[in-house]
Design a protein. Structure first.
Length: 695
C-alpha cells in the first residue's frame, strides 16, 4: 500500500460488526488470489495501514497465523506475545507488542475464500470464551459470503471504527476550550501517526508552529523525536490498546513527558514538562530520513524469514515483500554473479527495458553501480538523479529511479550477487540506515548463496529423476493409462518411487510400480537398476512371480544396503484377466465397472534385496472393461499417527467417488482429494490401468 484512506463498503462494515460482536479491537481480512497460492489483503480496521505494508500479499505456505489458518482450515489462536513468540517467531519479531490473536479460515462450503485475523487487547483470557467462539464462527460465515469467488480486489478497504459519539452543534469549540485549559498540552494522532488536533500549549512545548505540525507525523518534522522510540510507543499503544508513556528531551535540555491513550481511531497524547534528567539526544539533520521502528522490525522479520528461505525465489520474494516497503522504495533488483556476468533473479518496479539493458553484464568491463559495488565490495548510496547521472549518465532516465542504494552481496570475500533499492524521488540515507542496509546485505548474501546451491542440487535431482523415470508410456490399444509422480516437498526432490508400462505383445501388457527406501542419489540409482531388471525379465517372457524372484536375486547380489517394494501386474486384454505378484508393496485397489471399489489382498512377499532365496506368489483376478486398477506408493496413503488400513480404505473411497471417464481426470481428482499437491512427506507415484474392451 502506498496510500491509505478511510473507506466504507459491505466488507468493511461486516468486519466492524465482527469486531464488535467478538470484542476484538482490530481486524484484517485476506482473500485467496485467483491465479496463485497467495493471500491478498482485502480489508482492515483498527490498525495503522502502513503497519501491514509488508503483509499485503502472503504466500499460502508462509509460517504465519493467517496462512496456517487458510491452509489447514482451522482456527489459529495465540493468547499473547509469549505464545506468539513460541508458535510463530517471525510474526512475534515483527510485532513485539502485547495482544491476543485469532486467525480463522473463510470457507464457502469446501472452498477456501480467504482468512480473517482478529486482535484483542492485552490481558485477554488464555482461551476464547464460548460466546466469542460462536461470534467468530458467525463472523467467518458472514465475511466469506462477501468475498468474491475469485480474488479481484484492486486495493484493500480501510474501514474506520465509528466515533464514540458525534459532536452536537457548538460542542466543537467547547472541546477546544476544554483542551486548551488542561495543564501542559495535548494533541491527537490518527492511526497513521498524523497530528489531527493540537493545542497551543502542545505546540509551545514541542517548539514548532501549528502550521508545521498539523497533518504531519511528529517524528517527520521534529528531529529530536526521530528516535524510533516515539513511533514504537504509538504502535504499541494502538495494538495493545493500553495507555503507555515515555520521556524525550527537546534540545538543548528540556525534558517532556508523553502519555498516550489509544482507541481504534487514533491516539490522544498529553504532554507536560518534567524535571527528569537523561542522556543527551543527538538530533538528526533535517534533510536525512531517520531509521524508523517499523524498518527495524521488518529487518528482524526478514532476518528470521531468511533462515527458512530455501530457494533463490524465496530470498527475492522476502526481500521484495519486507524490505522494499519498510524502507519506502519504489523498486528493487536482485542479481546473482554467474560465470562472470550478472543474471537477474528478481525485480519489482523497474521497466523491462532497464532490466534487459544490464542483463548478462560482464563483471569486468560493464559500467554500472552494481558492477562497481561488486568490484569494490562497497555499497553505493546515490541520493538524487543528478548524483547518479554524474557518475553513470542516462541511468536515472533509463530506470526511472532518482535515488538508489546498491548493496553488494559478499560471502567470505566472494561476490555472489547484488541487490538494489530504487526510489523515484531524491532521498538522503541516514548513517543508521546505511549501517542497517549494509548489515542486511550480509544476511541476504548468505541466504542467496545457500539458496543458489539448493537450486542447483534441485535441478540436478530433477534431471536425474526425469532420466530414470519413463519419458512417456507406450500406447496400448484397449487400455487407458494415467501415471503421476510427485516428489517429496522436504529434502531433495528425488526418491526411489518408480513405475513402468511394458508392452509385451498384441494382447498382453505389464505394469510395475515400486519404491526404494530413501531419498537420495543412491535410492534413485537403485530404482533405475530395479526398473531396468523388471523390464528385462518381463520382455523375456517370465511369469509375474518369476520376474520378482529374478529381480530380487540381482538386487541382492548388488548388495546396495537398501530394500525395494514392488508390485508387478501382467494384463491379458483378450481374456480380461490380470496376474499380480507383490514384494512387500501396498495392495492394489480395483474399481469395478459398477463403481464399487475393493482392496485386493494378496500374498505380500518379501521386499526385494533382503534374501536371495525369497519366493513370490502370483494371484489372478478378472479385469473387465470399464474397471480401473490403481497401483500406488505409500506417499499417497501414509499419514503420521494414522492407521494404514484406514488410509488405504479412504483412498478406495476417493477412487469410488471420482467421476468415471478419462483416467487422467480420475488421477487428478484422487490426488486433489488426498491433498497430494500440498506438503508431501514422501514421494507419490500413482498408476491407473483401465481396460476399454478393445483387442
Amino acid at each position: 500500500m502506498t496510500t491509505h484512506g478511510a473507506d466504507d463498503s459491505p466488507l468493511g462494515r461486516a468486519l466492524l460488526r465482527s469486531m464488535r460482536e467478538t470484542g476484538a479491537s482490530a481486524g484484517i481480512v485476506y482473500e485467496l488470489a485467483a491465479d496463485e497460492p497467495v493471500l491478498r489483503l482485502a480489508a482492515m480496521s483498527g490498525l495503522p495501514p502502513p503497519m501491514l505494508d509488508p503483509w499485503t500479499r502472503i504466500a499460502l505456505a508462509a509460517p504465519i497465523p493467517v496462512a496456517v489458518a487458510a491452509r489447514c482450515g482451522r482456527l489459529v489462536w495465540a493468547a499473547g506475545q509469549p505464545q506468539l513468540a513460541r508458535d510463530f517467531p517471525r510474526t512475534a519479531v515483527a510485532l513485539p507488542y502485547d495482544f491476543a490473536l485469532g486467525a480463522a479460515p473463510l470457507n464457502d462450503g469446501p472452498v477456501c475464500r480467504g482468512a480473517v485475523v482478529l486482535l484483542w487487547p492485552a490481558g485477554h483470557a488464555p482461551e476464547l470464551s464460548g460466546a466469542e467462539r460462536t461470534a467468530l464462527d458467525t463472523a467467518c460465515r458472514r465475511l466469506a459470503g462477501l468475498l468474491p469467488a475469485r480474488g479481484t480486489a484492486d486495493r484493500p478497504v480501510v474501514q474506520l471504527p465509528p466515533p464514540a459519539r458525534t459532536a452536537v452543534p457548538g460542542e466543537a469549540q467547547d472541546a477546544v476550550d476544554f483542551a486548551e485549559r488542561l495543564p501542559g498540552g495535548c494533541f491527537a494522532l490518527d492511526l497513521e501517526g498524523r497530528i489531527t488536533l493540537l493545542t497551543s500549549g502542545a505546540a509551545e512545548l514541542l517548539g514548532a508552529p501549528e502550521s508545521r505540525l498539523l497533518g504531519a507525523r511528529p517524528w517527520d518534522v521534529l528531529p529530536w523525536l526521530a528516535d524510533p522510540v516515539f513511533e514504537d510507543r504509538c504502535r504499541a499503544a494502538v495494538i495493545s490498546r493500553r495507555p503507555t508513556s515515555f520521556n524525550a528531551c527537546r534540545p538543548p535540555h528540556q525534558w517532556l513527558a508523553f502519555r498516550l491513550f489509544p482507541d481504534g481511531r487514533g491516539v490522544s497524547v498529553w504532554i507536560r514538562a518534567t524535571d527528569r534528567e537523561g542522556g543527551p539526544v543527538v538530533p538528526y539533520p533535517t534533510d536525512v530520513v531517520p531509521l524508523r521502528a517499523a524498518q527495524m522490525y521488518h529487518v528482524l522479520h526478514l532476518a528470521a524469514g531468511l533462515t527458512e528461505a530455501v530457494t533463490v525465489h524465496d530470498v527475492t520474494e522476502l526481500f521484495a515483500e519486507q524490505i522494499v516497503p519498510a524502507f519506502g522504495a519504489q523498486g528493487m533488483l536482485m542479481y546473482v554473479a554467474e560465470a562472470g556476468r550478472l543474471r537477474t533473479v528478481g525485480q519489482r518496479g523497474y521497466p523491462p527495458e532497464a532490466v534487459e539493458a544490464y542483463e548478462g553484464s560482464p563483471l569486468r568491463t560493464a559500467n554500472s553501480p552494481t558492477v562497481r559495488a561488486l568490484a569494490t565490495g562497497e555499497p553505493g548510496f546515490f541520493t538524487s538523479a543528478e548524483e547518479t547521472d554524474r557518475q553513470f549518465p542516462g541511468l536515472a532516465e533509463l530506470t526511472g529511479m532518482a535515488a538508489r542504494a546498491v548493496l553488494p552481496l559478499i560471502v567470505s570475500g566472494r561476490p555472489v550477487g547484488c541487490c538494489v533499492l530504487g526510489y523515484t524521488h531524491s532521498r538522503t540515507f541516514s548513517p543508521d540506515e546505511r549501517q542497517v542496509l549494509t548489515s542486511l546485505a550480509g544476511l541476504i548474501a548468505q541466504a542467496l548463496d545457500r539458496a543458489s546451491l539448493y537450486d542447483t542440487k534441485q535441478q540436478l535431482a530433477h534431471d536425474l529423476q526425469a532420466g530414470l523415470l519413463p519419458r512417456s508410456l507406450p500406447e496400448v490399444p484397449g487400455l487407458s493409462v494415467a501415471a503421476r509422480y510427485l516428489p517429496s516437498t522436504r529434502g531433495m526432490d528425488i526418491g526411489g518411487d518408480f513405475y513402468d508400462l511394458i508392452r509385451l505383445d498384441a494382447h498382453r501388457v505389464a505394469a510395475v510400480i515400486g519404491d526404494v527406501q530413501g531419498h537420495n542419489a543412491a535410492a534413485a540409482a537403485l530404482m533405475g537398476q530395479a526398473r531396468t531388471a523388471v523390464h528385462a525379465h518381463a520382455t523375456a517372457g517370465a511369469a509375474p512371480d518369476e520376474v520378482l524372484a529374478r529381480t530380487n536375486r540381482l538386487l541382492t547380489d548388488l548388495d546396495p544396503d537398501l530394500f525395494t517394494s514392488c508390485l508387478y501386474v501382467l494384463i491379458d486384454l483378450r481374456t480380461h484377466e490380470a496376474c499380480l505378484a507383490g514384494a512387500g508393496h501396498l495392495p492394489p485397489i480395483l474399481r469395478h465397472p459398477d463403481g464399487r471399489t475393493g482392496v485386493l489382498r494378496m500374498p505380500p512377499g518379501l521386499l526385494l534385496g533382503v534374501s536371495p532365496d525369497a519366493r513370490y506368489h502370483a494371484t489372478t483376478i478378472p479385469l473387465p472393461p470399464q474397471a480401473v486398477l490403481a497401483l500406488y506408493t505409500d506417499g499417497l496413503v501414509e499419514r503420521p499417527g494414522a492407521d494404514l488400513d484406514r488410509c488405504i480404505a479412504e483412498l478406495a473411497a476417493d477412487l469410488a467417488d471420482a467421476p468415471y471417464g478419462d483416467p487422467d481426470k480420475v488421477a487428478d481428482t484422487v490426488l486433489r482429494r488426498r491433498g497430494a499437491h500440498e506438503e508431501r512427506l514422501d514421494d507419490i507415484a500413482l498408476l491407473l490401468l483401465a481396460p476399454s474392451g478393445g483387442d
